[in-house]
Design a protein around this ligand. Structure first.
Ligand code: GAF
Length: 386
């Protein structure tokens, strides 16, 4: 199989006519649990996956950034001094948005050189596996190094989030960039999205004979135009009505009062976030005390909450979850922003082929598109490759 790093190196040479000075990569992520909690200052527990975005870069003698990618035939060019969210659009808003955001979050770009950049990715687009955060994180670590900015990884995560919020226009939280930048092999990243504290916690899936199966429904979502912004607005309205800075400050014991104060829909949105925060804490504790085979029920409960209270699932996602459970997965849930995308199922290794076959058959019987199914492992976060 061709190594994507070789492809990126060769394609850089073909597009720009000279060799890159370095290669960097960043992974996509899958969220084990803690959905739509990050922008509520809550908890999340994602891990970086073994599918990566790779970029090649060479500094230029002028102040021009030229970015090319496997996603589009033409390169996009802009002078560093002209970077602003208003001038960025399309796929190049991700890498160029990061360059702009670095200048907003503490770095002086007044004397940094331009660069040629070529990007390719193994992270499926639109599957809820953070192909966008993988691009942002790869660009952030590369520019941080060649521009000698020396920003810490939390700041680089904020840089990626700012690029996504302002240059791309998607009102997302900090989870995806944090996972992509802080991930470690065989471990999850337990995030406190208020303090931005992150703890790397061994998952132990392999040792327990478990694999993480991803079922990409191939039904795409769009954060910028879909219901993501509406869910975020509901959460903020709920927090305002309850007189707290964020839903992180609402606890299980407050839910009865919340039911009395809020309309039914807002209450259910709030209940999802409050119970999901608790499920993240319970997952981390259960993992530590009893190992991964004991967390399945929490994944299942998370899916039910997203399906019924937060209403971000889809018939394809529900069918994948139900079929995985019926055929031996110890737990399964939709993962990511929702409205399509993928399911994560924790499956005993020897049952993976049967679960996959059952899901394929169930999708075919329901008249749904053939899903993409693959297993992933928890992998290292963004890094220099060569
Ligand atoms: C998307 C967003 F980018 C994240 O910030 C997070 O809110 C997630 O949806 C839902 O948990 O991936």
């Amino acid at each position: 199989m061709t190594d994507i790093r070789d492809t990126v190196r060769d394609e850089f040479l073909r597009r720009f006519g000279h060799r890159p000075s370095g290669l960097w990569s960043a992974p996509g992520r899958v969220n084990l649990i803690g959905e739509h909690t990050d922008y509520n200052d809550g908890y999340a527990f994602p891990f970086a996956i073994d599918r990566r975005t790779v970029l090649a870069l060479r500094q230029r003698d002028d102040r021009v950034l030229r970015v090319a990618s496997s996603f589009a035939p033409d390169a996009v060019e802009i002078a560093i001094d002209e970077l602003s969210p208003e001038r960025l659009n399309g796929w190049s808003a991700y890498p160029l948005g990061v360059a702009w955001a670095l200048g907003q979050l503490g770095a002086s770009l007044s004397s940094v050189p331009g660069a040629d950049v070529y990007i390719d990715s193994e992270v499926p687009i639109g599957a809820g596996l953070s192909s966008s955060a993988a691009i942002e994180s790869a660009v952030a670590v590369a520019l941080d190094e060649v521009w000698r900015l020396d920003l810490d990884r939390r700041t680089l995560a904020e840089v990626g989030q700012l690029a996504e919020n302002r240059a791309v226009g998607a009102p997302t939280g900090i989870m995806d960039q944090s996972a992509s930048l802080l991930g470690r092999t065989d471990a999850g990243v337990f995030l406190d999205c208020r303090s931005l504290a992150a703890e790397v916690i061994p998952l132990g899936f392999d040792a327990a004979g478990l694999q993480t199966l991803i079922v990409d429904t191939t039904v795409s979502h769009s954060h910028a135009t879909g219901g993501y912004a509406a869910r975020r607005a509901s959460c903020e309205a709920g927090a305002r009505a309850l007189g707290v800075p964020a839903l992180r400050d609402v606890h299980l014991g407050d839910l009865e009062r919340a039911r009395a104060v809020l309309d039914d829909e807002t209450f259910r949105r709030v209940r999802h976030v409050v119970t999901e925060n608790q499920r993240v804490l319970d997952t981390v504790r259960t993992l530590r005390e009893h190992g991964p085979a004991a967390i399945g029920g929490l994944l299942d409960a998370s899916h039910v909450s997203m399906r019924d209270d937060f209403e971000i699932s889809s018939p394809e996602l529900d069918l994948a979850v139900e079929t995985a459970r019926e055929n031996g997965a110890i737990g399964a849930r939709m993962t990511g922003g929702g409205f399509g995308g993928a399911v994560i199922a924790l499956v005993p290794r020897d049952l993976v082929p049967a679960v996959r076959a059952a899901i394929e058959a169930a999708f075919s019987a329901a008249g749904f598109a053939v899903p993409e199914q693959f297993t992933v492992r928890a992998a290292q976060g963004a890094t220099r490759e060569r």
